[in-house]
Design a protein around this ligand. Structure first.
Ligand code: ZN
Length: 435
């Protein structure tokens, strides 16, 4: 009986979720409770008030997957809702009795006391998560057996998007300001390699601070703590900044920014492709293609030397990319073997950059190939490595094979200091869709 609805997120993408139809009260009552995994039932029973990650923080039951607002409706009191569930007259019938006696193992007197406590607990849960009893209703199934791990409890996770009907705070702020704050913090949290790793390693190397609060920040033990702070910050002056940082942190961690964070940590699950797409969308601006393997060898003094700007400018022009300007990157040891090709900071510049990246990708010389190649072979006998150097069959001339891809947020650490200071970030999707 659920309606599938769609919601347009701040970044312009569209998500769908399930909600109760407006006239859900007219529907026939749901089917009797289904069997439950006894272990989960026991866990829920002995940890009243504890977070229940198995629900994914969701309103659990089939009939009430719409979230609290849908659940109660505007102006409808929670009390009415409880009454409609009949929680005050919970019967010690099949929904409560057998499994308890069977798995609680404490005798009937204890069960009766537990029932009273359960009622109080249920009120709390109904308020927090919707009514958990509708679907994990215990009791022997048709064959006297209990549902295993594939039972209802676990099925709820695939409706994770239902939680999105708890309104995302990002939707209630100035979208232009939010975007600005978001892209600003994308740079801030990716700029420093040490801090970036510390986020990715969940604060292993030292407690985390909120870069929106700056010096006055509290310290957080892990990224979840920091995320909860950024999403729920009560500092009105920095509200949009905190939401922008929340989104940037979620993008870095591969988490779902569109799902309000809570103790269930359901927001931390996002399909790998979506997480990767969110990162790939955050491109360096002006758009630039990062080209690797542009070294030419060591000088007599032992410094690394590489192809210069002229040679690389000619190279991209010969390929037909007239708008690209190259810049060689140098470190202490000399040429880093990296050349940036920068394009104009507008849509046509981005399109040209994308075409150049596509040129490398087509030849199997894109980001993936470079990542695979790098840790295995680089630095050892490069001249004779067919992945790095191509020898012309007739002239015997050796030429470096270039690898290239469009620069995105995680590539910040490849840049030299100067470029790193100047670069900003843009959303590729937004840039391409604007006219
Ligand atoms: Zn803060």
């Amino acid at each position: 009986m659920l309606d599938r609805r769609t919601i347009v997120l701040a970044d312009g993408s569209v998500r769908s979720y399930f909600a109760l139809p407006p006239d859900y009260q007219d529907f026939a009552p749901p089917l009797p409770p289904r069997p439950l995994d006894p272990a989960a039932a026991a866990a829920g029973r002995f940890l009243p008030g504890a977070p229940r990650p198995e629900f994914g923080g969701l309103p659990g039951p089939d009939a009430f997957r719409g979230g609290r607002e849908e659940l109660f409706g505007r102006g409808r009191q929670p009390q009415d809702y409880w009454n409609s569930l009949g929680l005050d007259s919970v019967r010690p019938g099949p929904a409560e009795g057998p499994s308890k006696r069977k798995f609680g193992g404490e005798g009937e007197e204890r069960d009766r006391i537990d029932d009273e406590q359960d009622k109080a607990r249920k009120r709390q849960q109904v308020l927090q998560y919707g009514n958990p009893d509708r679907h994990p209703g215990p009791g022997p199934g048709p064959g006297g057996s209990f549902a295993g791990p594939s039972g209802e409890l676990f099925r709820s996770s695939k409706y994770g998007s239902a939680l999105e009907s708890v309104r995302l705070k990002h939707l209630d702020v100035d979208q232009a300001k939010l975007k600005k704050a978001f892209l600003h913090f994308v740079k801030v949290i990716n700029e420093n390699g040490y801090h970036r790793r510390n986020y990715l390693e969940n604060g292993k190397n030292g407690s985390l601070k909120c870069v929106a609060c700056g010096r006055s920040s509290k310290e957080f033990q892990d990224v979840h703590g920091l995320i909860m702070h950024t999403y729920n910050s009560e500092n009105a002056d920095l509200h949009v900044e905190h939401l922008g940082l929340h989104k940037a942190l979620c993008a870095l961690m591969g988490w779902n920014y569109a799902k309000p964070p809570d103790s269930s940590k359901a927001y931390q699950s996002l399909p790998a492709e979506e997480a990767a797409a969110n990162l790939e969308d955050l491109i360096m601006w002006p758009p630039m293609v990062i080209i690797h393997n542009t070294i030419t060898g060591k000088s007599k003094e032992g410094r690394m030397e590489g192809l210069g700007i002229k040679a690389m400018d000619n190279y991209v022009r010969e390929l037909g990319f007239m708008g690209g300007k190259s810049k060689s990157l140098y470190g202490r040891e000399g040429h880093l073997g990296i050349t940036l090709i920068k394009f104009a900071a507008n849509q046509s510049g981005l399109k040209e950059a994308l075409q150049l990246a596509e040129h490398f990708e087509k030849d199997n010389h894109g980001r993936k190939s470079w990542t695979h190649l790098q840790p295995l072979t680089l630095g050892k006998d490069d001249e004779n490595n067919p992945n790095l150097v191509r020898v012309d069959g007739t002239t015997g001339e050796k030429r470096r094979i270039f690898y290239g891809y469009l620069g995105t947020a995680p590539d910040m650490d490849k840049l030299d200091f100067d470029t790193r200071k100047k670069v900003v970030f843009e959303s590729m999707r937004e840039c391409l869709s604007s006219s």
